[in-house]
Ligand binder design. Structure first.
Ligand code: FSO
Ligand code: SF4
Length: 518
C-alpha cells in the first residue's frame, strides 16, 4: 500500500506497511486506490458531457468522501462502490474505460505528485462538505461538476504549470461548497446562538453522537424523544448545540469526551452506545466494539451499520440495555473546565460587528487570532494550547474544528464586553471565519491581509487541505501551519506557497508570538 494523505502518515513520508497509522489495512488502501482510479477514468470519459446525471454526480461525491481518513476501513463496502462506478460507466458510456493506475501518481516526479495530491485530497475534503449539504437537499452544479473536472485534470496534466490552476480552483469551488453548507445548515437548523455546553453526563441511559452530520443527530433526537434517553455530542458534533432547531430538544444535554484521537481511551468504560456519522472513527478496541454504531459512509467490519432508513432502534436498544451512569457524572475538558461554549458563527459575531469595530478603533481589542483546524495525537500540538494561553489578554481568539478541544474549556475571560474565546463551529465553518474577516476588512477599508488578524492552523486530514486551498484562493497570506507540513507538499511546491502566500510552518510559541505582536 501507499498512502500519505494525512498528517500522521508513517515517518512523515507515507504509510507503506500492512496497515496505515490510522489502522486502515493494506487491502482497503489498495481498494481505495482502485476506486479513485476508476473515478479518474470515468471522469476522463465524461469529458464534453454537460448533463451528467445526478446519480453519477452523487456517486463521485460518495466515493471521494469514502476515501477521506478515518471514514472507511471495510473492504466490502469499498468494493461495492467500485462495482457501482463500473455499473454507472457501463450505463453511461458506450465504451467502458480501463481504471486509471494510481501508481502513476505515486511514482511520478515529486512536484507533479505533490500537485496531483493537493487536487485529489482537496477534492476528497470538499466531497465531505458537498455530501452534508446534499443530505439536506442542497447541491451546486458547479461544485458537483468540479469533482469530475478536477479528477480529469489529474489524468490530463503532467506539469507544474498546468496543474497549479486546478489546485487553486479546488479552493475556489470549496468556498462555494462551504457557503452552500452554511446556507443548508442555517436554513434547516437556524442561525447558531452562543450556547454553554455542560460536560456533565446525567444519570440514566444515553447515546453519544460523533462526526459532522447534523441531519443524523436530528433524526436520532426525534427517535429518542420521551424515551428517557439523553443525547451527548462528541468531537465535531459539539457545534450542534448552537443551532436553535437542535438545541430545542431538552434531551440534547451536553458534550462527552474531547477530540477524536482520544476515543479509544474515552469510550473504554462508557455505559452507552456511540454513533459515528462521519470521520473520525478509529479502529474500536475489543472492550467497547459492541457499543459502536456507524451510519452513512462510515464503515468498519462487524460493526452494526444504520442504513438509509435511519432506523436507530439498535442504538436505542443498546442505550437502554447499558443503562448509562448510576448518578450524574461530571467530566472535564483537557484543562479541567466543566463546560465549553459554542455557537459563535458569522451570524452572531457580525451581529455585534459595530461593537467589535469600535473596540478595535479604541484600542480595546488589539488583535484577532484564528486558531483552528484538526486535532491529532502528536505531542507538538500543545503549541496550540500555549499560543491561546499566551496570546495578549486584549486579543480575541476565534476557533473552529476539533483542534479547539486543546483549549476550549479554558476560561479566557472577556475583552470589550465580548468573550475572548469564540467557537465558530465545525471545520466547514471556516466559512464563518472568512465572512467575519471580510466584514472587518470592509469596515476598516483595508484588505484581509492588513487586518490585525493572525491565522494559525492545525491540520490532520483532507478537509483541512480544501479549507487551506480556499484561504489561498481568497488571497489570504501569512498563514501559519502545523504541527508538521504535509508529506505530499514537495520542496518546490512549498517554495511556491511561501513565495506567493507567505505561508509558514509553526515554530515555537515564543518566536511565533514575537513575530506577530512584537
Ligand atoms: Fe476534526 Fe476529524 Fe472536522 Fe477533520 S473531527 S479532524 S478537519 O475530521 O473534520 O475537525
Ligand atoms: Fe496513513 Fe493517514 Fe493514509 Fe491512514 S490516511 S494510511 S494514517 S496516510
Amino acid at each position: 500500500m501507499f498512502c500519505f494523505q494525512c498528517e500522521q502518515t508513517a515517518g512523515c513520508t507515507g504509510c507503506m506497511a500492512q496497515a496505515g497509522v490510522c489502522g486502515k489495512p493494506a487491502a482497503v488502501a489498495r481498494l481505495q486506490d482502485q476506486l479513485t482510479g476508476a473515478l479518474i477514468s470515468f471522469a476522463d470519459a465524461l469529458k464534453g458531457k454537460e448533463n451528467v446525471e445526478d446519480t453519477v454526480r452523487k456517486l463521485f461525491v460518495d466515493c471521494l468522501f469514502t476515501t477521506v481518513t478515518n471514514v472507511n476501513f471495510n473492504e466490502e463496502t469499498v468494493q461495492a462502490l467500485i462495482d457501482q462506478v463500473h455499473a454507472q460507466e457501463q450505463a453511461t458510456l458506450s465504451e467502458v474505460p480501463v481504471d486509471y493506475d494510481m501508481n502513476q501518481i505515486w511514482n511520478d516526479n515529486e512536484d507533479v505528485r505533490s500537485l496531483k495530491s493537493l487536487i485529489l485530497f482537496g477534492l476528497r475534503g470538499m466531497a465531505a462538505y458537498a455530501y452534508h449539504a446534499r443530505v439536506l437537499g442542497y447541491t451546486d452544479s458547479g461544485v458537483d461538476m468540479y469533482f469530475i473536472e478536477g479528477l480529469r485534470a489529474i489524468k490530463e496534466n503532467n506539469s507544474m504549470e498546468s496543474l497549479l490552476p486546478y489546485v487553486m480552483k479546488v479552493g475556489e469551488h470549496n468556498y462555494t461548497c462551504m457557503a452552500l453548507l452554511d446556507q443548508a445548515n442555517t436554513e434547516t437548523y437556524g442561525t447558531p446562538e452562543p450556547t454553554v455546553v455542560p460536560l456533565m453526563v446525567e444519570k440514566g441511559p444515553f447515546i453519544v453522537v460523533s462526526g459532522h452530520d447534523l441531519y443524523d443527530l436530528k433524526q436520532l433526537l426525534e427517535q429518542t424523544k420521551d424515551k428517557g434517553i439523553n443525547i451527548y455530542t462528541h468531537g465535531e458534533m459539539l457545534p450542534a448545540h448552537g443551532y436553535p432547531e437542535l438545541k430545542k430538544y431538552p434531551h440534547l444535554k451536553g458534550n462527552f469526551g474531547t477530540a477524536w484521537q482520544n476515543q479509544q481511551k474515552e469510550f473504554m468504560d462508557i455505559p452507552a452506545p456511540v454513533l459515528f456519522t462521519t470521520n473520525c472513527l478509529m479502529p474500536p478496541r475489543a472492550n467497547y466494539k459492541d457499543r459502536i454504531f456507524t451510519t452513512e459512509l462510515v464503515s468498519f467490519p462487524e460493526l452494526v451499520h444504520i442504513g438509509e432508513d435511519k432506523d436507530f432502534t439498535p442504538v436505542i436498544e443498546k442505550a437502554l440495555e447499558l443503562g448509562g451512569y448510576e448518578k450524574d457524572t461530571q467530566f472535564t475538558g483537557i484543562n479541567g473546565g466543566t463546560t465549553v461554549t459554542t455557537g459563535f458563527g458569522h451570524g452572531t459575531v457580525l451581529g455585534v460587528a459595530d461593537q467589535v469595530v469600535q473596540a478595535v478603533k479604541e484600542g480595546k481589542i488589539s488583535r484577532f487570532f484564528l486558531v483552528g483546524g484538526c486535532d491529532g495525537a502528536k505531542p507538538g500540538r500543545n503549541y496550540y494550547t500555549q499560543i491561546v494561553e499566551q496570546a495578549p489578554k486584549d486579543s480575541v481568539i476565534l476557533t473552529l474544528a476539533c483542534g479547539k478541544y486543546r483549549f476550549n474549556d479554558l476560561d479566557l475571560g472577556t475583552v470589550a464586553g465580548l468573550p475572548r474565546l469564540m467557537d465558530m463551529g465545525q471545520c466547514n465553518d471556516s466559512y464563518s471565519a472568512v465572512q467575519v474577516a471580510l466584514a472587518l476588512a470592509k469596515a476598516f477599508n483595508c484588505s484581509v491581509n492588513e487586518l490585525p488578524l493572525s491565522i494559525i492552523l492545525s491540520w490532520y486530514e483532507q478537509k483541512a487541505v480544501c479549507v487551506l486551498l480556499t484561504l489561498l484562493y481568497l488571497g489570504i497570506e501569512n498563514i501559519k501551519l502545523g504541527p508538521t507540513l504535509p508529506a505530499f507538499v514537495s520542496p518546490n511546491v512549498l517554495n511556491y506557497l511561501v513565495e506567493n502566500y507567505h505561508i509558514a510552518p509553526i515554530t515555537t510559541v515564543q518566536d511565533d508570538l514575537q513575530g506577530i505582536v512584537g
